[in-house]
Design a protein. Structure first.
Lengths: 237, 262
């Protein structure tokens, strides 16, 4: 079977403002291929856009379509949607933890649910990734008892566990120590070399301009439109 | 809207609500028979819910059963003895405790103790966007949140009802023996009870525990997950759970009794 090259495709996607906090988007057209990193620069005051929920099929666009690995979310049944979402990892804009599970259970949840890997095996990978970000131990507590900065780095760990097809990073450096940003970028680059597609949403100009990230494409929000950025200049996306 | 129209609208709303609950319950039973639904995390949720709804409730159910046994069984012994109908003691106790009081009381205990907590927990998760977090990781809320909770509630109600019957008969017999109102010989008491049990009673207690337990779980989950992002709606979800689950238990109990014995 031929491997699907485009992991994520937005075709003429428009969403009117979903709430007072989430901005709308208009006529989004872009695709993200295997191993590609796309950085989307967010405008000040309009940092929250519904790109991740659209990419995961959690939000239906008012017009246009969103395809994941060649399949339109709108055409998939609920069971298939859950299976496909299992191939996506995400660092959340909002609080991204289940409070009635402890931190380790949260970190292993998706991998244990969607794969046949043992919990011990997943925990071992989680601990290895955590050490990479300077966390020697995983807190044995529920997320509400853990410091926000630690939780943010653990979200990076969760996003990198296993072999996802797509990782969505919604402002992943927000609330994290600046010194750890290069570690995340390095880990993301490694994931992309393994074939994982990366969609990185940021309001941070340093991430937009960072050459070591190796982003193939940089896009920028301009009002409700998405425009491509090349050599510091913007052009229609 | 006229008075007649409002009654009609209320009836239509009730019909839609019942249809919704029945369709979710049916979907849950179908999912429960699909082995692929029972992944490691789902099994973990099921075991925790059985501990919370079933195991942790044993003490309280035992106390209620002991007190019920003392009041109901001893009274039955006294009155049947005075009427000279001691041989009817077993059938009477089976009718009262096994068929009606046991399943009903256990269902009410589970509604008050666990269904309310479940509705509040799920409503809190909805308000904190945790349901979206699960959904975005490919964990279908129906499979991960609702199914194990509803199944554990059904199994727990059944298990607790069996314990209730045993504890209430035991306490009733012991209290009767202590007061000198009972048959004295435990063998006579046991044979009298066993004689009163028919095969219908087995189906009856299954139907009056598994079905209302499942419905209670589904109603609690449905009310909890219907909350739309506002914490002040959580108490209302809990109240609706108590009212609707209590009604569901009573309606199922009446229907099962009518179908089984009349």
């Amino acid at each position: 079977m031929q491997e699907q090259k485009a992991i994520l495709e937005f075709k003429g996607v428009t969403v009117r403002s979903a709430s007072s906090q989430i901005s709308g988007i208009s006529q989004f057209d872009f695709s993200l291929e295997r191993g590609e990193i796309v950085v989307v620069g967010l405008e000040e005051g309009r940092e929250r856009i519904p790109l991740a929920p659209l990419a995961q099929g959690l939000l239906a666009p008012d017009s246009g379509s969103v395809l994941f690995q060649g399949l339109d979310w709108a055409d998939m049944k609920a069971f298939r949607q859950s299976v496909e979402r299992g191939r996506i990892r995400r660092v959340y804009e909002h609080y991204g933890w289940v409070t009635n599970l402890d931190v380790m259970e949260n970190l292993c949840l998706a991998e244990c649910h969607h794969t046949r890997r043992t919990k011990d095996e997943v925990m071992q990978e989680v601990r290895g990734l955590a050490r990479r970000f300077g966390l020697e131990d995983i807190p044995e507590a529920r997320p509400t008892r853990v410091h926000g900065m630690v939780l943010r780095k653990l979200e990076w760990v969760r996003a990198l566990v296993g072999t996802p097809s797509l990782i969505i990073l919604e402002r992943p450096l927000f609330g994290a120590p600046k010194a750890d940003a290069p570690k995340l970028m390095e880990a993301v680059c490694e994931a992309s070399r393994r074939g994982v597609a990366i969609l990185w949403l940021t309001e941070d100009e340093r991430v937009m301009e960072c050459r070591s990230l190796g982003a193939v494409r940089r896009l920028r929000m301009n009002g409700e439109k998405l425009v491509a950025v090349s050599n510091g200049r913007e052009s229609d996306g | 809207m006229s008075f007649i129209a409002s009654i009609g609208q209320g009836a239509i709303n009730l019909y839609h609500r019942i249809r919704w609950i029945v369709s979710i319950s049916t979907a849950i039973v179908q999912l429960a028979f699909r082995p692929s639904s029972w992944t490691k995390p789902v099994r973990m949720v099921l075991s925790r819910q059985i501990v919370f709804t079933g195991y942790d409730a044993i003490g309280f159910v035992a106390i209620v059963a002991l007190l019920t046994g003392i009041s109901v069984v001893v009274q039955a012994q006294v009155w049947m003895g005075r009427l000279g109908q001691s041989e009817l003691l077993g059938p009477l106790l089976v009718t009262v405790i096994v068929r009606e009081v046991g399943p009903l009381l256990v269902n009410f205990i589970v509604i008050g103790r666990s269904a309310t907590a479940m509705a509040a927990e799920l409503a809190g998760m909805k308000v904190r966007h945790e349901v979206e977090v699960l959904d975005s990781q490919g964990l279908d809320p129906l499979v991960f949140l609702v199914m194990p909770r509803a199944i554990s509630m059904a199994l727990s109600v059944f298990g607790l009802a069996m314990l209730f019957v045993v504890f209430s008969f035991g306490s009733g017999y012991l209290c009767g023996a202590f007061l000198g109102t009972g048959p004295g010989d435990p063998g006579i008491f046991a044979r009298s009870v066993v004689r009163g049990v028919s095969s219908y009673d087995f189906y009856n207690i299954l139907a009056k525990t598994l079905i209302p337990g499942l419905l209670t779980g589904v109603i609690a989950a449905n009310e909890g997950l219907s909350v739309e992002g506002v914490a002040t709606d959580i108490p209302q979800a809990v109240t609706k759970t108590v009212v609707r689950a209590t009604l569901a238990v009573l309606v199922v109990s009446v229907i099962v009794s009518v179908l089984t014995y009349i």
